[in-house]
Write a protein that binds this ligand. Structure first.
Ligand SMILES: [Zn+2]
Length: 462
């Protein structure tokens, strides 16, 4: 076993220990098995019909402009529609991500570099996913608590992807296509999202999922589209056709669900090329989306919202009328920071436009965690001494304080090259600290429970 392998095993072991400590704590939400039935035992008319429109990859000015041409639709309560953006941060304009978030859209992760695949190891997933979340938070001012989802680049994943997501406290992943045949019976009876308490359940086309229990993580299937004659639409993402055929395809799949088990309708897209650019728009697709959304939103209990809204509703499946009245289904909007608050900095790899903090480095997996990098590590005998500093202090954006309060020190960057020797081990310990901190409340509660249980058995004082 080489050192890199050993460090991976070390982190896995720490995550496992933390996970074990967490077992006695109630799950964040209920366990939700694979089912074609919506949770809550509601009548069909009381199940909200969700429509997800998702866009993967970097956000740039062209994409932002094209999104503006399809996002003006509103719900019956006056709230705007919300899409979900799975952002890979390379080449992304963070100020525009901030504006999308302020307009009610959900921001989710799609790694930093978009270079991961089925062979990616656990530590790399951690750096790519948590690094992406950190950068979106720091440069686009999206609250960490609202960056809750993940989609794997190329839909390519492995067990370590999910173990990383669970350890990092993500709520959902959505990377697995769901055709008819295994669990899903018909477009009117496809499976609802489920928790990974028994690992990944669906047919695994583009990866091999975890077999371990990850009860707080939910998989939202990427439901495929079916034509009116029952044949599968040839594309899983970015459906093709004329404006008329696309509107017909969307309406057909919507009605199947709306009159069926009300499983959400997903339209899985890349803004480029599906919407085109302002100078060369794909007008048929823009028009098809507008016509479909306008039509669907006239029906009762239809919600075009970010995917985490579904997670919240499934954990608390109120009747649609009640959920709607509570406001839990409506995208939240706020006044974005003005453009003058955005700054930009050029790097060989591209220009970054961002808010809040001036980046010192182009955001890469090896420096997104700069504040957790190890300044000094010494091994004497079996003792490892770490000194880690927070390089982002004191100019941290709102909401950052305290997240990694247990890590007190800070930073000269380590080489971005291959990790060797004790540096690999010490850096792994830093990542272990992240996992441990994310679960500190579980550990704390369990320590309390454990001590409480042991007290009666301790010998009395003399
Ligand atoms: Zn992608």
């Amino acid at each position: 076993m080489d050192v890199n392998h050993a460090s991976i095993m070390l982190v896995r072991t720490m995550v496992w220990i933390v996970g074990m400590l967490g077992i006695a704590v109630p799950q964040i939400g209920a366990i939700i098995p694979v089912s074609t039935q919506a949770p809550g035992g509601l009548e069909r008319e009381e199940i909200p019909q969700f429509i997800f429109v998702t866009f993967d990859d970097a956000v740039n000015p062209d994409i932002y402009e094209m999104i503006g041409r399809i996002s003006h639709h509103r719900h019956a309560d006056g709230s705007p529609v919300g899409f979900t953006f799975f952002v890979s941060t390379d080449w992304t304009d963070f100020y525009l991500v901030h504006r999308l978030h302020a307009a009610g859209h959900e921001i989710a992760t799609h790694t930093i570099t978009h270079t991961t695949g089925r062979g990616t190891d656990f530590l790399t997933w951690v750096r790519e996913i948590e690094g992406c979340r950190e950068v979106l938070h720091r440069y686009a001012d999206v609250p960490l608590s609202e960056i809750r989802g993940f989609r794997a680049p190329y839909l390519a994943y492995n067990g370590a992807t999910y173990e990383a997501l669970h350890a990092l406290g993500f709520d959902y992943s959505t990377s697995v296509s769901e055709p008819l045949g295994m669990f899903s019976v018909s477009p009117a009876e496809m499976i609802w999202p489920y928790t990974l308490h028994d690992g990944l359940q669906q047919m695994q086309w583009t990866g091999t999922g975890p077999t371990v229990s990850l009860p707080n993580l939910m998989e939202i299937p990427m439901w495929l589209l079916y034509e009116a004659d029952g044949t599968r639409h040839p594309r899983e993402m970015d459906p093709t056709g004329t404006k008329e055929s696309l509107v017909a395809l969307f309406k057909e799949n919507f009605m199947q669900r709306y009159n069926g088990n009300r499983v959400p309708l997903g339209l899985w897209l890349h803004a480029v090329p599906w919407l085109g650019s302002p100078s060369a728009p794909v007008q048929a697709n823009v028009d098809a989306m507008n016509e479909f959304l306008e039509w669907a939103l006239q029906k009762p209990n239809v919600w075009v919202v970010g995917m985490s809204t579904l997670v919240d509703w499934m954990r608390n499946p109120l009747p649609a009328s009640e959920a709607s009245a509570s406001g839990m289904l409506s995208p939240k909007v706020y006044e974005p920071l003005p453009a003058t608050a955005a700054m930009s900095q050029s790097f060989p790899k591209g220009t970054v436009r961002f808010i809040n903090n001036r980046p010192l480095h182009y955001p890469e997996p090896h420096n997104a965690f700069k504040r957790l990098q190890v300044k000094q590590a010494e091994i004497s005998g079996v003792d490892v001494t770490l000194e880690i500093t927070n390089i982002w202090s004191p100019s941290r954006p709102t909401g950052f304080q305290g997240r990694f309060a247990s890590v007190t020190t800070v930073a000269t960057p380590l080489s971005s090259g291959r990790w060797t020797g004790f540096r690999a081990i010490s850096k792994s310990l830093a990542y272990g600290a992240i996992s441990a901190w994310i679960h500190w409340w579980k550990v704390g509660i369990n320590c309390g429970i454990t001590i409480g249980c042991l007290l009666p058995f301790l010998p009395a004082a003399h």
